[in-house]
Unconditional design. Structure first.
Length: 276
């Protein structure tokens, strides 16, 4: 029998949850508000929250100075391309680990996850030299491969956990009916794991979109995504807060919209198999 919760406790929990959510979202809100201020209002002391002269001047200057659509297209290409490539590699890998495990499967999974704890700067030099030698510096395809590789452990681990929730008897029955390995993965396994695959795709797109270290160090102009677009407006003196906020808002707006409309699917996939 479920334990009864008083209305007062529900109200308190709701207020606490909304307060935590507001604190987490406040930096984004402040960035958006600052983008509509003048440079003088952006550094005003005390800060101006809502009562200021709203202006679109910063967006006009940013659009005039930079080719926003080029940076946006590069971000879309890198995020979606690295995700698709990662899924193509991760689905067979996760299938083998979930349904044909070996004694070292768990060790391999833990090793892959441990690579995420490695400081990226530790491998920057050899990767940078390799890119220079191969002519991949400031190249979208080279950067796409790097983004795929750094997120591949997460993709494989998530798909592995989803596949483990699928009864192996279903795949065995498909094999008994004459399904080949390719048909088993494409037409039996994949449709049953759609929620998990969808959440993995969404999460990887967000991770690739927000990746700054590699995109700033391996690009110059041609392959630069929105992270480089934001960095071009940063100043050590802090003289362009309003323009930097406008550029940041333009960079985060697409991923915020994607996250807002896909949050139900993302939560559903992330909690897939969590409740027994």
């Amino acid at each position: 029998m479920a334990r009864a919760i008083s209305n007062q406790r529900k109200t308190l929990n709701t207020l606490v949850a909304w307060s935590i959510g507001f604190v987490i979202f406040f930096p984004i809100l402040w960035t958006i508000l600052t983008s509509f201020k003048t440079e003088a209002q952006a550094i005003n002391d005390p800060p101006l929250f809502l009562f200021f002269d709203w202006t679109l001047e910063n967006y006009a200057i940013v659009q005039e100075r930079s080719n926003y659509m080029r940076f946006l297209w590069n971000s879309i290409f890198l995020a979606c391309g690295s995700t698709i490539l990662g899924i193509i590699i991760a689905v067979p890998a996760a299938w083998s680990m979930a349904f044909v495990p070996s004694r070292r499967t768990k060790d391999i999974l833990m090793w892959m996850l441990s690579t995420k704890m490695l400081p990226a700067v530790g491998v920057l030099y050899p990767i940078y030299i390799g890119f220079v030698k191969l002519g991949l510096l400031d190249n979208r395809f080279g950067l796409m491969i790097v983004l795929m590789l750094i997120n591949l452990p997460i993709i494989i681990w998530m798909l592995y956990t989803y596949f483990k929730e699928i009864p192996g008897e279903i795949l065995e029955a498909a094999r008994m009916d004459g399904a080949s390995l390719r048909n088993e993965i494409l037409y039996v396994l994949t449709p049953m794991a759609i929620p998990g695959i969808a959440s993995t795709v969404l999460l990887n797109i967000i991770l690739a979109w927000n990746e700054a270290f590699w995109t700033l160090n391996l690009t110059a102009a041609k392959a630069a995504p929105l992270t480089a677009f934001i960095a071009s407006y940063s100043s050590p003196e802090g003289l362009f807060f309003a323009k930097l906020s406008a550029a940041s808002t333009m960079a985060i707006a697409p991923i915020l919209i994607l996250g807002w409309f896909s949050q139900k699917q993302l939560v559903r996939g992330l909690t897939f198999g969590a409740v027994k």
